[in-house]
Design a protein around this ligand. Structure first.
Ligand code: UDP
Length: 245
């Protein structure tokens, strides 16, 4: 698989369809792994956390979520065919899973959200089996692992705990979890539950989804300040080389 190096994170250069094909192949082969969908904020977090960067780079699929990653690729002369937003990847994968009667476990978000998402997803993807759900506010990781075990395991698990918690959880417990492929999907369960709306198409087309989220949740401003910092490091790297702050 061709990769693009963005500040030390190796993204896979795949279209949405190619990424879903690769994921389905891995699930059918029963090969354990996890998928990450870094946006600029996540790439920024890896700069100061080599353990986290290693976890991201060891993923079976590293998909570019966020227009900032695509701009960064252009600036750095790396090839990425386009965004593969986690929420779109998850939707396309669930469609394919539903055709083969595969099992999905939903982990994360506030109590009640995963159950609501499960109801909506069962209606949208008939044939998809929701193996179980568990909210993301457990005190001990073992509680979540036990919930997945009690549900009888799954082909795929959506792990929606926010970064870097979800990536550390997926990598740290991969071998003990009865799941073939885990996907780290941030706030996706809130979207599937309908408790958070995705940006209108126009914002998505213009690459302004991040701006819509900021308008809806102004409290994200602190987190979003990482975006200009990320772009600045990208520009510095382009001009002076290296990948450090
Ligand atoms: N979350 C969780 N457990 C935690 C912290 C966060 O389940 O300990 C959930 C939170 O409720 C939300 C998701 O993780 O549903 C993170 O959403 P965020 O908007 O931060 O993710 P993004 O999509 O921006 O990566």
């Amino acid at each position: 698989m061709k990769t693009a190096n963005i500040l030390g994170v190796s993204f896979h250069n795949l279209t949405l369809t190619e990424a879903v094909d690769a994921a389905m192949e891995q699930i059918r082969a029963g090969k354990k792994g996890y998928v990450v969908t870094p946006n600029p904020e996540i790439v920024y977090l890896t700069l100061d956390d080599p353990v986290f960067r290693d976890i991201v780079n060891r993923a079976s699929l590293v998909l570019p979520d966020g227009i900032g990653v695509i701009y960064a690729a252009r600036i750095l002369g790396e090839t990425l065919s386009g965004r593969v937003p986690g929420v779109d990847f998850a939707g396309a994968l669930m469609y394919r899973m539903s055709q083969e009667g595969m099992r999905l476990f939903l982990l994360g978000a506030k109590p009640g959200v995963a159950e609501l998402a499960a109801e909506n997803l069962k209606k949208k993807y008939p044939g998809l089996i929701i193996a179980g759900t568990r909210d993301g506010y457990f005190k001990d990781d073992q509680e979540a692992i036990d919930a997945v075990k009690a549900a009888g395991g799954a082909d795929v698990m959506f792990t929606c705990l926010g970064a870097p918690k979800q990536e550390k959880f997926m990598a740290g417990h991969m071998n003990e979890l009865p799941v073939t492929l885990s996907l780290g999907l941030g706030g996706c369960l809130d979207v599937f539950a309908g408790t958070v709306q995705r940006a209108p198409d126009l914002f998505i087309k213009l690459g302004l989804e991040w701006f819509y989220r900021l308008l809806k949740q102004p409290s994200r401003i602190g987190r979003m300040m990482k975006l200009p910092k990320f772009m600045l490091i990208v520009l510095k790297t382009r001009l002076f080389g290296g990948k450090k702050k």
